[in-house]
Each structure stands twice: as C-alpha cells, then as structure tokens.
Design a protein around this ligand. Structure first.
Ligand code: NCD
Ligand code: ZN
Length: 343
C-alpha cells in the first residue's frame, strides 16, 4: 500500500550548529521541504544579522541536491529591536519570532521575564502579520512541572492575547487537553504537535526505570492528554499541524545524572506519524497535518513536491542512533514496530 502526499514541512525543529548541524540536517532534509528552525543556540539567534549568518551555515551544511529550505526565527529578548524584526520580516529572512519564558527549557536564559518590555515588538509583529511561536510553560518554581502548560495559558497567554488580539500565535508543542481546548476557543491561534507527544505518555517516561530519551520539555503528560492530542492531530482541524520539536542531544548528555531535555525524531517521524494516523483510521488526514495546515497558517503555499509513504507487511528497521561529529544521538523509539518507509 502506498500513500502519496505533498512534501511535509516541520514547523518546529532544532538543528543546532557545527558538527551536530551537519549530522542531523540530512535526517530532516530527506523527508521535509521546509522547517521552522529554532533559534536557541548558545548564544541565541537574536538579531537579523544572527539569523542571516545561521541560515548561511545551514545552507552550507545541506547535502548536495537536497530540496530543503530553512525558515528562520528570531529569539525574542527584552532588548529585541522592533525595527530590526520588521526589516528581517520584510526581506523574507525571518518567518516567525520565538518566545521563551526565561529559564523554561534548554538554552532559554535570555528569554522574557517581564512581558511589558516586549509589548512594542509584539504590537509591531501584529501590525505586519509576523507570527509569534510560544514555548507555553510557566517557570514559577512553585508550579508543578506537569501543570506548567495549563497555568501558562491562564497566567500569560490569555492576558497576552487580550492585549494584542491581532497577533498570530503558534502554541508550540502542545501536550495537554487544555492546550487543545485553548486553540479551539480562539481566533489567530494555531498549535504544533510533536510526533513523540502523540505516542508516549508520562508512564512511558517513568515506569519500569527512567527513560532519558523520552525526557523533553514540555514533559509528556497523562494518557488522557495524549489521546486529546491524537484527536486534535488526526481530526482534520487546520489549526493543528506538525512541529516535530526534534531536538538532538548527544547520548552522554541525555544519559546523565542531569540529562538534557529533547527527543530526536527527525529520522523516523513520517513512519511514526503514518502509524498513528493509520491506527486512528485517519491516514487520509496525514497530508493535512504534515503538509497543508502549517503553510496555510503561515500564509505560504504548500510544497509543490511530493512524498510517497509505503506500507510494508513486515516491520522495517530504522537506526537506533545516528553518529554525528558531535557524538551519537539516539533516535526516538516509538515502542512499536514501524511498517512505513518514505521515498
Ligand atoms: C528543546 C532543545 O533541546 O532545544 N528541548 C526540548 O525538550 N524540546 C527546547 C525546547 O523546545 O523546549
Ligand atoms: Zn523545541
């Protein structure tokens, strides 16, 4: 059995830099035409000059003949200049701005602490139609890690939406039924959903031993939340689209007493998604989720190229890890046999 869809895009991806970039970029470029590239390098991609230089490094690392376009983002800080952002958007260099609450996740120390200090930039973005991608978790140490998304919606996102209702917002990597519900209740709000949050719940992370390769932020939640995400992703609503949040860390950095957050899924994401959509009897909606809804939200055309998925009767194997110049990186293990390949 085969399924041919427009070439997918990844609306939330970490490519890193240097040897890691060189190692992981071919994994994404194989199946994806475009990706929103996260700016949380060390130091972060803050200015249009930073984004132009990073884009050039990505283009230089692309394999010969690859059909892939990086869509660049700027990391919002309290010192971000609205004019620089507007110019980066006008020139076509930048597709979105990323908001990390300070300290919320990997390399987010330069993120926003006081939202009053970014009001001017956000108003400018609303005016020019530049979307804000939001890491939606509060960082208040008194809030339980499993509640941080729901509390963020009430304390930060909803007030921000009320102040600037015309700002287009992407809730990144939603992990809860609360996130799904909020998107459905709003105008101008979309959400990305990762491959792994459609597949694992918090038991997979914590039962029978701790599984560091399932540790990511936002952390996987209860099974009822995973089910709500599957329903949203496979239900056909155009406000939900794929953002893998494929976030490589080397195995020593994951398998450690203080392991890094991030799941690397670029290598087998389409095979995993085909499995999830097949189980939900929604294979005909995979193209919408992976290839159509994202471009529509961002005001872009879908890809002109196509990708064919083939279902094999026998399970197919994907590498358990990829070797990069920075070290080995474990590939997401969905916990079930995969039957799909792409070409
Ligand atoms: C991401 C990373 O490693 O950069 N980690 C993760 O767990 N998703 C950062 C992020 O998107 O939160
Ligand atoms: Zn991410």
């Amino acid at each position: 059995m085969t399924l041919t869809i427009k070439r997918p895009d990844d609306w939330h991806l970490h490519l890193r830099d240097g040897e890691m970039l060189a190692g992981v970029l071919p994994e994404t470029a194989r199946d994806f035409g475009r990706a929103i590239v996260m700016p949380n390098l060390v130091p972060p991609v803050v200015t249009s000059a930073d984004a132009a230089a990073y884009r050039a490094r990505i283009m230089a690392a692309l394999p010969e003949g690859a059909d892939f376009q990086p869509l660049m983002t700027l990391y919002l800080t309290e010192a971000t200049n609205a004019g620089d952002v507007a110019a980066a958007h006008a020139s076509g260099l930048v597709t979105a701005v990323k908001l990390y609450p300070a300290g919320a996740t990997t390399n987010s120390d330069s993120g926003v602490r006081d939202f009053d200090n970014v009001q001017g930039v956000l108003e400018k973005m609303a005016e020019i139609g530049l979307p804000l991608c939001v890491h939606g978790e509060v960082t208040d140490p008194s809030v339980d890690i499993f509640d941080r998304e729901a509390v963020f919606i009430d304390r930060v996102l909803d007030p921000l939406r009320r102040r600037i209702p015309d700002l287009k917002v992407v809730m990144e990597h939603i992990t809860t039924a609360d996130g799904v519900g909020y998107v459905l209740s709003q105008d101008n709000v979309g959400a990305t959903i990762t491959t792994h949050h459609l597949i694992i719940n918090r038991n997979d992370l914590l039962v029978g031993g701790i599984h560091p390769h399932y540790y990511c932020l936002p952390i996987a939640k209860r099974e009822e939340h995973r089910r709500a995400l599957v329903e949203a992703a496979t239900g056909g609503d155009t406000r939900f689209f794929l953002g893998t949040d494929s976030a490589p860390h080397t195995d020593p950095n994951k398998e450690s007493a203080c392991g890094c957050a991030g799941v690397f899924s670029a290598t087998n994401t389409m095979a995993c998604l085909a499995h999830v959509f097949e189980e939900a009897n929604a294979l005909e909606r995979l193209e919408g989720f992976a290839s159509l809804h994202g471009p529509a939200f961002y005001g872009l055309e879908p890809s002109a190229a196509m990708l064919t998925l083939t279902r094999h009767a026998d399970p197919v194997t994907y590498p358990a890890k990829i070797e990069t110049g920075a070290g080995p990186v474990t590939v997401f293990d969905p916990g079930f046999p995969l039957h799909w390949t792409t070409s």
